[in-house]
Design a protein around this ligand. Structure first.
Ligand code: HEM
Length: 348
């Protein structure tokens, strides 16, 4: 951790002072150096407005950052819509079909384009929005470095390969996180994000009915009373899209309840259970249930680390760009604008 921070700092100093060329870097307060000191406040305002209308956007935004960073780095590649040149984008990958919150990023971007055109990357909006979502749900405030560029590549196959599965063992999860430069303890720490948010009955019913090898059909790792509660929320043959809260105790608060739930058999995914059952991860998972404050600090540090994962910074156009519209690369945006101009001229 310390190593990458020093490296980032050195790069930032070089980028701002000594290099003589206009490059971008990642550091706290980056947009103040770009004459857009209001950038973070604009994002916070968009997130707060959306949260006030629908508090469930907060967990969606945290997950959006996680899924963005695990594929091509934190470069807003998850935001790109399918296009004729690239129909198979990240959004189309199975684990991303339930990702939400895109319209909050759009709202922030629209406002930012009015105030500081072509200055604030969509990747930074995603990172700042996740931080704001944590604060709005009662988590600890922390500074999020900015200066990321937006990527031009988005691929379903890459998302399929890099995103995690609820069926993964603790070992497989550790490997997936290691592949992203994140340690096992960071994986355990970040999984605590399942202290807020939701899933659907489709994800849960396989553990409630006809669970292989269980005499009563229920996954034996589930707490008995919790399983009864889940059966009420998700009756057999019921609506697979009904919503289930990930944390049955404090579903809307960003606290360390996920770990207490894990210790007592009240977490939903097999991958969650694995963290509390595997001897390699059990100790650290239990520790997080005992120290709320420490977990909050560890979480923000791990999130910042994740959010600096393989980021693109350098001269815009070399590796990335500042998109005008978060759903389209600038080339696609220009092509769409040309198409609508010529359709307009044709009609005139
Ligand atoms: C360790 C492996 C992980 C697996 C297998 C996993 C899987 C899932 C799944 C299947 C859902 C439910 C999606 C739905 O049905 O709509 C979910 C929700 C969520 N995940 Fe994870 N996740 C993992 C780690 C993480 C991490 C590291 C974070 C953030 C740092 C995170 C944040 C969230 C949040 C906030 C939600 C709720 C989303 C909402 O309410 O829309 N997850 N996760």
């Amino acid at each position: 951790m310390a190593g990458y921070r020093i490296w980032q700092l050195l790069f930032a100093v070089w980028a701002v002072s000594g290099s003589g060329v206009e490059v971008s870097a990642q550091f706290v307060g980056y947009y103040r150096t770009k004459d857009c000191g209001i950038a973070e406040a604009i994002v916070t305002q968009a997130v707060t407005q959306a949260f006030n209308q629908d508090p469930s956007v907060a967990p969606a935004l945290i997950r959006l950052l996680f899924h963005d960073c695990f594929v091509e780095g934190c470069d807003a590649s998850i935001l790109l819509d399918p296009s004729p040149e690239n129909p198979n984008v990240e959004k189309r990958s199975g684990p991303n079909l339930s990702v939400r919150g895109y319209e909050v990023i759009d709202a922030a971007k629209t406002q930012l384009e009015k105030t500081c055109p072509l200055t604030v990357s969509c990747a930074d909006i995603v990172a700042l929005a996740a931080r704001d979502a944590i604060v709005l749900t009662g988590g600890r405030h922390f500074e999020m470095p900015t200066g990321r560029l937006d990527g031009m590549v988005s691929s379903t196959a890459s998302a399929d390969a890099n995103l995690v599965s609820t069926e993964s063992s603790a070992r497989e999860l550790t490997q997936k996180f290691l592949a992203q430069g994140l340690g096992q303890d960071e994986m355990i720490t970040l999984s605590g994000a399942h202290t807020i948010g939701r899933t659907t009955c489709a994800q849960v019913t396989p553990r409630l009915y006809n669970f292989p090898g269980s005499p009563n059909g229920v996954d034996p790792t589930l707490d008995f009373d919790y399983a009864l509660h889940l059966k009420q929320v998700c009756p057999q043959g019921g609506n697979p899209n009904s919503v289930v809260q990930l944390d049955p105790v404090s579903p809307n608060t960003f606290d360390n309840m996920y770990y207490t739930n894990g210790v007592t058999g009240r977490v939903l995914f097999a991958s969650d259970i694995a963290l509390f059952a595997d001897h390699q991860t059990e100790f650290a998972s239990n520790l997080n249930s005992e120290n709320a404050e420490l977990w909050q600090i560890k979480f923000s540090n791990a999130l910042i680390h994740m959010a600096s994962n393989k980021i693109k910074f350098g001269r815009p156009d070399e590796e990335g760009e500042i998109r005008q519209n978060c759903r389209l690369t600038n080339a696609r945006f220009a092509a769409t604008a040309n198409m609508s101009r010529s359709a307009h001229n044709h009609g005139a």
